[in-house]
Design a protein around this ligand. Structure first.
Ligand code: GDP
Ligand code: CA
Length: 318
């Protein structure tokens, strides 16, 4: 079985652990979000690709959900001693090595997809991880601070401002002129199932879908497309997805996120058991829906979620 997963960071990465356990024989291709990418200290940082790579490769800081385990921050402290920031973005010493290798390879002319493959040769994530595009795409958020509207990089909005200021729009800058990375459309075209894990619908999956050709390829793939809600009990399980949903005019409910993807894209949708009341509404919108436990509390629970997603895919195919 060939499975394609569109993934952001934490939600996508943790779900993939369960999927690998649920379908050990499957060939899994992960299309990773690169809209969060940022240049810091002259280095190219790809937070979502790295979260997937470290999580599946065993290098992740488990409690934090991003960055490396057993991390130290000497380089960052030394940079700060020179007055060089930003101080609000956490980059540890081990993590720095990844970004140095990536930046060096990019400067030598390798595309991001090739660089990602090279980094994964070390981490062996057990999936094929492809960035959504080799072209530069940066998510910007139109925010309001001190009565003034301005666009800031997604990381500045998310990490420095903690998504605590009003946001009016989310724009994947560069997307319209970008091309899917080599292998992206091929993987979608060859898939037996396409899965939207519980990743952020706007700034993770939404950004991947904004790469020209990706949304169309998924809609036309003719295979089941199933998703798992990142919203449980009308709130994100973790993080501030409700804020970016509001910025694009979508309510933070499991049913509203399903409607946002729409029946043209999504065939099946899993909501948590606390949102069982939303099942009828989602089905009325033409999307097959089931209520099952959706908290990735441990690998067993996550594996059950992956089994449920694959079962739903089978059901909608029939
Ligand atoms: P990010 O790039 O690190 O923000 O990660 P993603 O975009 O992959 O995922 C973020 C989303 O994962 C958030 O909106 C969370 O609500 C969701 N999430 C995190 N843990 C869980 C969980 O245990 N269950 C569900 N259903 N969603 C989760
Ligand atoms: Ca992210």
């Amino acid at each position: 079985m060939r499975i394609v997963v569109l993934a952001g960071g934490i939600g996508g990465a943790r779900f993939l652990r369960g999927l690998l356990a649920a379908a050990p024989e499957a060939e899994i291709t992960v299309i990773g979000n690169t809209g969060d990418d940022i240049h810091l200290f002259g280095l190219k940082v790809c937070p979502d690709l790295d979260t997937v790579m470290y999580t599946l490769g065993g290098g992740i800081h488990e409690e934090q959900g991003w960055g490396r385990a057993d991390e130290t921050f000497t380089v960052k402290e030394e940079l700060a001693a020179y007055g060089v920031g930003p101080e609000w973005f956490g980059l540890g010493d081990r993590d720095f090595a990844t970004h140095i290798v990536r930046t060096q390879m990019l400067a030598a002319g390798y595309p991001l997809s090739a660089v990602t493959e090279a980094l994964c040769a070390r981490w062996k994530p057990g999936v094929r991880l492809i960035p959504m595009s080799d072209d530069r795409i940066e998510t910007h958020v139109l925010v309001e601070t001190d009565g003034e509207r301005k666009a800031v990089h997604f990381q500045e909005y998310w990490v420095r401002l903690r998504a605590a200021v009003p946001a009016h729009a989310v724009v994947p800058v560069g997307a319209e002129a970008a091309k899917p990375a080599p292998g992206v459309l091929e993987a979608i075209g060859a898939a037996d199932v396409i899965v939207f894990p519980p990743s952020n619908p706007v700034v993770s999956i939404g950004t991947i879908l904004a790469v020209p050709g990706v949304r169309e390829a998924i809609a036309e793939a003719g295979v089941p497309v199933v998703g798992l809600s990142p919203i449980v009990g009308d709130a994100p399980v973790r993080g501030m997805a409700d804020k970016v949903l509001a910025a694009v005019g979508v309510e933070a409910t499991a049913a509203a996120v399903a409607a946002h993807y729409g029946s043209g894209l999504l065939d099946g949708w899993l909501v948590d058991t606390v949102d069982a009341g939303a099942v009828a509404e989602v089905e009325a919108a033409g999307i097959r829906c089931r209520a099952v436990p959706l908290l990735m509390t441990d690998l067993d629970a996550t594996t059950r979620m992956a089994h449920e997603a694959l079962a739903l895919a089978k059901e909608v195919r029939a």
